[in-house]
Write a protein that binds this ligand. Structure first.
Ligand code: NDP
Length: 321
């Protein structure tokens, strides 16, 4: 089969379209023929070697396609599925852990099915788990027009929260407002002060910061006393080590660095969050904006565009062109 393979860590150029052996499922897995794979920022961390995987490896965690083989015979061949947390998804075939699969409703496009789980589940655990938003709560979301950003904004609004976001361009600002943001800001050293001006100087209850290095200081500044700074990513680079004393000086704040793995680790938790996302899409309460779709062999271009901040919403790779 053809797949994207990484033989050494590096820039987008190490994403090579090559022929590799098709994988063989264990009893706990299902073999799937991939139609469309989702592209996520975490894929760039693996490609660069910030997160480690034994080389050579096929990157990618999620996608949609049809079941080719279930060793246990529980899922019929041809069943349309979507999955997350299954390494090796930038490929014609992938082995998916059976507990990381969901059925895809007939009326979902492949693009949405391929990109809804990783970003959707992340936005769900951020807004319903790390800090449970509700009426009267307020949050700041960095990269508000990105994949997670647009979904987290919609979920936060559905929960009744006031949503502030930060973005880097006019186009992204409009998209963030369209997703429901109450006020959209640009990155600046005075960001915290600007946000505080909009909420009576109080500061927000929670910051969802997936940008990392470039925004972390403002995240500490913008949160209210005893609020939560949720550092969930590092699109601008990893945050240097933090002295715990800063949590005191900013008003006994909480700092967490969550992962989707930990937030789907309890019995039934993956399915609970995944089904919440699928249902919200089916009901029309959640809209995934899949702004770009690339042929699988152009995965390097997809990574370039993502890391150059050229993309909005979600992006995907088409396996069959
Ligand atoms: P996005 O679509 O949000 O793309 C990243 C965005 O980050 C860019 O579009 C850009 O938006 C912003 N950004 C700010 N500074 C930089 C920079 N220096 N270089 C590149 N981008 C920058 O990606 P995802 O939705 O896939 O992921 C968003 C974040 O969430 C990532 O950090 C990712 O690692 C994290 N994540 C964490 C998970 C977890 O469980 N912990 C799970 C899923 C994602 P703008 O131009 O507006 O600034």
């Amino acid at each position: 089969m053809f797949a994207i393979q990484v033989s050494r860590p590096g820039g987008p150029e190490v994403l090579e379209y090559v022929e590799v052996n098709a994988p063989t499922p264990t009893d706990d897995q299902v073999l799937v023929a991939v139609d469309v794979a989702g592209v996520n920022y975490i894929d760039t961390y693996y490609r660069e070697g910030i997160y480690h995987a034994k080389t050579p490896f096929v990157p990618g965690f999620e996608g949609t396609g049809r079941v080719l083989k279930d060793p246990r015979g529980e899922i019929a061949e041809g069943t349309k599925v979507a999955w997350d947390q299954s390494f090796g998804s930038y490929a014609e075939q992938v082995c998916v852990d059976r507990n990381r699969l969901v059925a895809v409703p007939d009326d979902f496009s492949d693009e949405v099915a391929a990109s809804m789980l990783l970003q959707g589940i992340t936005a769900h655990y951020l807004t319903h788990g790390v800090y449970q938003l509700g009426e009267g709560a307020s949050c700041l979301i960095t990269a508000g027009a990105g994949g997670v950003g647009l979904i987290a904004t919609q979920m936060a609004k559905t929960l009744g929260a006031t949503v502030y976001t930060v973005v880097s361009s006019d186009e992204k600002e409009q998209l963030s407002y369209d997703a429901g943001a109450d006020q959209v800001f640009r990155y600046s050293e005075g960001l915290a002060e600007e946000v505080r001006r909009f909420n009576g100087g109080r500061g927000v209850d929670v910051v969802y910061d997936g940008v990392g290095k470039a925004t972390f200081q403002e995240s500490l500044e913008v949160v209210r006393p005893r609020g939560t700074v949720c550092l969930f990513g590092a699109a601008s680079g990893p945050v240097p080590p933090v002295d715990p004393q800063v949590l005191n000086t900013h008003g006994s704040i909480f700092l967490t660095r969550p992962s989707i793995g930990a937030w789907t680790s309890q019995e039934g938790e993956f399915q609970m969050r995944a089904q919440a996302v699928v249902q919200a899409v089916a009901d029309g309460h959640l809209t995934f904006r899949v702004a770009a779709s690339y042929p699988l062999k152009d995965a390097a271009q997809a990574h370039r565009d993502l890391q150059d901040r050229k993309t909005t919403g979600s992006i995907v790779l088409r396996v069959h062109d």
